[in-house]
Design a protein around this ligand. Structure first.
Ligand SMILES: Cc1cc2nc3c(=O)[nH]c(=O)nc-3n(C[C@H](O)[C@H](O)[C@H](O)COP(=O)(O)OP(=O)(O)OC[C@H]3O[C@@H](n4cnc5c(N)ncnc54)[C@H](O)[C@@H]3O)c2cc1C
Length: 433
């Protein structure tokens, strides 16, 4: 039996699902939709620009798009240009691979002030995501506070801390690099309500702030435990021990007089963002861990800052009609309903690296194949007709390759590419304008 499949989202989980479907049901045809013209999800828009080599993972996925049985339909948003039902009616099975990269709020007073940004928006801004091209974050004061103690929070601090020279070889978007370099930053804060052992960062990311040209990292040695306690899996314990050793190294480092200080503060929870129309300061409460939970101690402090970036949690935002369970799509081993499935961050939440999505997608595809029946649904032809009737401008894989080549050709000296950050610009390029 062969079949016709639709994948919604061309990030890692969607691309691993395509590979698994082609292996599991040889001879099938797969259409991959993405709401932006360019494929590969957070490989392009999440991975930090100074981790440029990580973007090479996309090469493996690019090969999939070269296959005759796989089509890319970029610039098509499911829920806007086509409904989920229309996909379910036209394909044997539909796989949601939409990620879960939408910011969750802090739920504290002052959150609506100008100068408060979610990490998705902030990271999207410096990585050239068209949704955040005009974010123009406030960087006109001395301090920026980042809430969260995971790799995303570290990425944001590091990108703000690096000099233009340190950003050579990266593909940070020029508008963001210029804004960051023009800012007179002196103080970055990174706060977590829990302790160093609970921090979600990994040793690689932590070691990258050991030697920053213009930024000294401040860690209070009094906040570091002597050892990693608790009943942890050996691998996780090893990671935590490495983190602790690196934090000790940071705490013990000489602090030469550098332009920027980055204070990593544990056991501190935000309670209010202060300011008149825009952020002026962040009010924090010190916490204690009681029965594994961080609880307020009643001791407060304030830090002055011009903006606050929250990197505390993300949620999936599926098209209408898709059931949710908390912040992810409701599913049983990836099965959502009828011929609808889910993979990746939208299925299991925002955890894991790019390769983590491989086994996860294969698991969903196994369930999908067990349920698969021959339906004779028309697949892409009927969908192409609908898109044409609606005047949707689809960007195919050849179109993406043209965009990508132009991005490399227009790279500023010392940088590998300069992404197009506006959809209009990409379409104009394809129109030969
Ligand atoms: C800031 C950040 C940095 C990271 N850095 C690294 C790193 O250095 N190394 C590493 O291994 N991992 C890293 N990760 C993790 C990695 O990016 C994720 O594991 C992975 O991207 C999750 O894949 P996904 O396919 O589930 O979601 P995503 O990558 O988010 O892909 C979802 C895709 O779905 C599309 N989409 C969403 N809704 C619709 C819709 N309605 N219609 C059509 N298309 C839609 C989106 O445009 C997107 O292309 C990072 C994550 C973040 C947030």
């Amino acid at each position: 039996m062969t079949a016709r499949f639709a994948i919604v989202g061309s990030g890692p989980s969607g691309m691993y699902a395509v590979d698994a479907l082609l292996k599991g049901v040889p001879g099938s045809r797969v259409d991959v939709f993405d709401r932006v013209p360019t494929p590969f999800g957070l490989i392009r828009f999440g991975v930090a620009p100074d981790h440029y080599k990580t973007r090479n993972t996309a090469r493996q996925f690019a090969r999939t798009f070269e296959l005759d049985d796989v089509r890319y339909l970029g610039n098509v948003e499911i829920g806007r240009d086509l409904s989920i039902i229309e996909l379910q009616d036209n394909y044997d099975a539909v796989v949601l691979a939409i990620g879960s990269y939408h910011d969750r709020g802090l739920g504290i007073p002052g959150e609506d002030l100008a100068g408060v940004y979610g990490a998705c928006a902030y990271v999207g801004w410096y990585n050239g995501h068209p949704d955040y091209r005009e974010l123009d974050p406030l960087l006109d004061g001395a301090g920026v506070a980042v809430i969260g103690i995971g790799n995303v929070a570290l990425d944001v601090c590091r990108i703000l801390a690096k000099t233009r020279d340190e950003m050579r070889g990266t593909d940070i978007s020029a508008h963001a690099l210029d804004a960051i370099q023009a800012a007179a930053l002196e103080q970055l804060y990174m706060f977590g309500r829990r302790g160093p052992v609970e921090g979600g960062f990994t040793p690689k990311e932590l070691s990258e702030v050991l030697e920053l040209e213009r930024c000294a990292v401040i860690v209070d040695p009094g906040q570091l435990p002597d050892s990693v306690e608790g009943d942890l899996e050996t691998r996780i314990k090893g990671v935590k021990e490495k983190n602790l050793a690196l934090l000790r190294q940071l705490a013990a480092q000489d602090k030469p007089d550098k332009q920027i200080k980055m204070t990593v503060g544990f056991y501190a929870a935000p309670v209010e963002i202060l300011g008149d129309r825009r952020v002026e300061a962040l009010r924090m409460e010190r916490t204690r861990i009681v029965d594994g939970r961080a609880v307020g101690s009643g001791e407060f402090f304030e830090v002055p800052c011009c903006s606050v970036v929250t990197a505390i949690g993300y949620q999936a935002l599926p098209p209408d009609g898709v059931p949710m369970n908390g912040s992810v799509v409701a599913n049983q081993r990836g099965h959502v309903a009828d011929n609808l499935y889910v993979v990746g961050w939208a299925k299991r939440g925002p955890t894991g690296t790019i390769p983590t999505n491989g086994p996860d997608s294969r698991d969903t595809v196994e369930v999908l194949i067990d349920n698969l029946e021959s339906t004779g649904k028309p697949g892409g032809g009927a969908i192409d007709k609908l898109l044409a009737e609606r005047g949707v401008r689809v960007v195919d894989y050849a179109g993406y390759k043209k965009i990508s080549a132009a991005e490399i050709a227009r790279a500023p000296e010392g940088h590998p590419q300069e992404k197009f950050t506006r959809i209009d610009e990409m379409l104009a390029l394809l129109d030969g304008a």
